[in-house]
Write a protein that binds this ligand. Structure first.
Ligand SMILES: Nc1ncnc2c1ncn2[C@@H]1O[C@H](COP(=O)(O)OP(=O)(O)OP(=O)(O)O)[C@@H](O)[C@H]1O
Ligand SMILES: [Mg+2]
Length: 328
């Protein structure tokens, strides 16, 4: 039996906007194995959030998937009916949104929001669902859950709200939790606590994790593999340790060396020159070429596909030449 849980292949998604077509995902390819924690990293606007929304088919009306496959346990979610997708959301794949305020409805109590979701997916009475909800609140470290479950979101701090969102996600025991920037809006000390909860519960339930974050330190700490996004493509995939210790794609090299604690042999930070590409009129060939220190003519013409390079995958025409120093 395959140990792959999710296999996203050559996913293309575009937005129809007044200014023109935005090719937000330009052939995204990556996989997540059963019981594996995977990090998704890359600069703002590179398509991390929209990829997760595409997986659950919750993208806005002006978005359209034009090609690709999203295989979940071997079945293409793009072929699922809306009714089938409703079952997948939450029960099989849970998502915690990047914007924590949009995850909880301010006019309903925590009980309303947890019990409803639990009842929707598990055949149980409201009383049983309430018990499950309280149990989950305990697991994420909310004290006095028997009372607090009847309070409203605004009565909780940001960190506590994020715990409630996680409690709801874990209550359904999904196979995969997609956490989109779960700690970005939180204080540093609270960030560590929330990460600890994700780490512990994931291990306890044996679920896979797709962790979307700007924080490479967090990725280094809790993920086994990492997929690096750039301009609507995956440009490098591999074991987190290997990718961070010796990045191969020029974008990953620049990304890692811009983080002081990860770039061990550096005394000063590299800033990646240029900006994230305009996706309405993106660069031809490799989308990273205008910013790439190793750019060759071919890079403006041909788009590099992800290719196996030792134990990882890299989307660059010149990985070998850069590695052996023929291009520098
Ligand atoms: N509703 C929309 N209409 C048009 N373009 C959109 C829409 N939503 C997102 N995009 C574009 O799609 C691209 C990918 O956006 P996405 O939100 O997935 O980026 P991200 O990697 O999650 O960024 P961040 O790190 O800032 O969260 C961006 O260029 C963005 O401008
Ligand atoms: Mg995002």
């Amino acid at each position: 039996m395959s140990d792959t849980l999710l296999n996203v292949k050559n996913l293309k998604l575009q937005f129809d906007t007044e200014a023109g077509i935005v090719q937000a995902l330009d052939g995204v390819t990556f996989d997540i194995k059963k019981n594996e924690a995977v990090g998704i990293v890359g600069e703002s606007g590179c398509g991390k959030t929209i990829t997760s929304h595409a997986i659950l088919r919750i993208y806005p009306f002006n978005a359209k998937i034009t090609s690709g496959e999203i295989l979940y346990k071997g079945h293409d979610l793009l072929d699922f009916s809306e009714k089938q997708m409703r079952k997948v959301r939450g029960a099989n794949i849970a998502l915690t949104f990047q914007d924590p305020m949009s995850s909880l409805n301010p006019v309903f109590t925590i009980a309303d929001q947890l019990i409803d979701v639990i009842q929707l997916h598990k055949k149980c009475s409201p009383e049983e669902a309430r018990e499950i909800a309280i149990e989950q609140m305990k697991k994420v470290g909310i004290s006095d859950p028997e009372t607090r479950i009847d309070e409203y979101p605004h009565q909780f701090s940001g960190g506590m709200r994020q715990r409630i969102i996680l409690a709801r996600a874990f209550a359904l025991e999904p196979d995969l939790l997609i956490a989109d920037e779960p700690t970005t809006a939180l204080d540093v000390t609270i960030q560590a606590q929330v990460l600890e909860i994700i780490k512990n519960l994931r291990e306890q339930y044996g679920m896979s994790l797709m962790l979307i974050t700007h924080d490479l330190g967090v990725v280094a700490e809790i993920t086994e593999r990492v997929h690096v996004f750039y301009g609507g493509n995956v440009v490098e995939s591999g074991l987190t340790k290997e990718v961070f210790q010796s990045p191969k794609h020029p974008y990953t090299k620049a990304l890692i060396s811009s983080i002081p604690s990860l770039a061990q042999d550096r005394t000063e930070l590299d800033v990646i020159p240029g900006n994230v590409p305009q996706l309405i009129n993106p660069p031809t060939g490799c989308r990273f070429n205008p910013r790439c220190a190793y750019k060759q003519d071919k890079c403006e013409i041909d788009k590099p596909e992800l290719q196996i390079y030792n134990t990882r995958k890299v989307a660059c025409h010149f990985t070998n030449e850069i590695e052996n120093g023929t291009i520098s």
